[in-house]
Design a protein around this ligand. Structure first.
Ligand code: KIV
Length: 273
């Protein structure tokens, strides 16, 4: 039994997220990558489901998000939309499908929308990728921005440490946030930046700002489902709150199953035809 019931059962849209920000209601966002998980997440009352390219880490086992392809993202996003009725489904555009060539960016976004049924795309970066965002928006595709720690740029950053601690980077982030708002992004993810800076961004732009490791002064929060459910045990940053220890629950269940098979306890008479 879920402990939360959404008061508004209507389909979540980009417009509803804006209304939530206006009335000060926090936005709950979580990743999902497959049908069964997405169905549970949606039925729990999540506002936004992100088909993140973190699938590369938690579904495929890659050390970075860079290897993810457009076909793989579409496969995951289609699996998610098949299970979702209420939440807004946003799909990450993978590395290499939108930077530097706005026509390619539009073609990639169109494929995601047509083939997966996702309702928006998310793109990492600021002024460098504005041309791509403009072209995607021209086709009527909603775009969520992503600033701060942008994991697709890990090879440029060199570490997954907190971003924008220095004044110059913080100023650029603030300018980029305003630019993305002016360009027409419907929302913004801020990843792993100082809480004061994130709160300032959320105050200075009208679009919803969703944080991950960005403190409580923003308009909503997002986590990776494998991390918050404790399936992925090897990742414990300070910002992560674990809501379950599914690794232990699953390991116990798997051990019990193996034991029952080995000891011939399973199946019993009632479990056969
Ligand atoms: O890929 C992802 O899961 C993300 C979130 C961490 C925001 O981009």
């Amino acid at each position: 039994m879920s402990t939360y019931t959404a008061t508004d059962q209507r389909k979540v849209t980009t417009r509803r997220l804006m209304e939530m920000k206006e009335r000060g209601e926090r936005i709950a966002m979580l990743t999902a990558y497959d049908y069964s998980m997405a169905k549970l997440v949606d039925e729990a009352g999540m506002d936004v489901i992100l088909v993140g390219d973190s699938a590369s880490n938690v579904m495929v086992g890659n050390p970075t998000t860079l290897p993810m392809t457009l076909d793989q993202m579409i496969y995951h996003a289609k699996s998610v939309t098949n299970g979702v009725k209420r939440a807004l489904v946003v799909c990450d555009m993978p590395f290499g499908t939108y930077q530097g060539n706005s026509k390619e960016a539009l073609a990639s976004a169109v494929r995601i929308m047509k083939e997966s049924g996702a309702e928006a795309v998310k793109i990492e970066g600021g002024s460098e990728i504005v041309e791509s965002i403009e072209r995607i928006l021209c086709a009527g595709i909603p775009v969520m921005g992503h600033l701060g720690l942008t994991p697709q740029s890990i090879n440029k950053f060199g570490t997954y440490n907190v971003r924008a601690r220095e004044e110059a980077e913080a100023n650029k982030l603030l300018e980029d946030a305003k630019l993305l708002e002016r360009t027409g992004c419907f929302a913004l993810v801020l990843e792993k930046i100082p809480a004061d800076l994130a709160a300032r961004v959320a105050q200075e732009v009208k679009i919803p700002v969703i944080g991950i490791g960005a403190g409580g002064g923003v308009d909503g929060q997002v986590l990776v489902i494998h991390d918050m459910l404790g399936i992925n045990q090897g990742f414990s940053p300070r910002f992560l709150r674990r809501y379950a220890d599914l690794a232990t629950v699953m390991t116990d269940a798997l051990g019990n199953y193996i034991n029952d098979v080995k000891t011939r306890d399973f199946p019993n008479e009632k479990e056969q035809y």
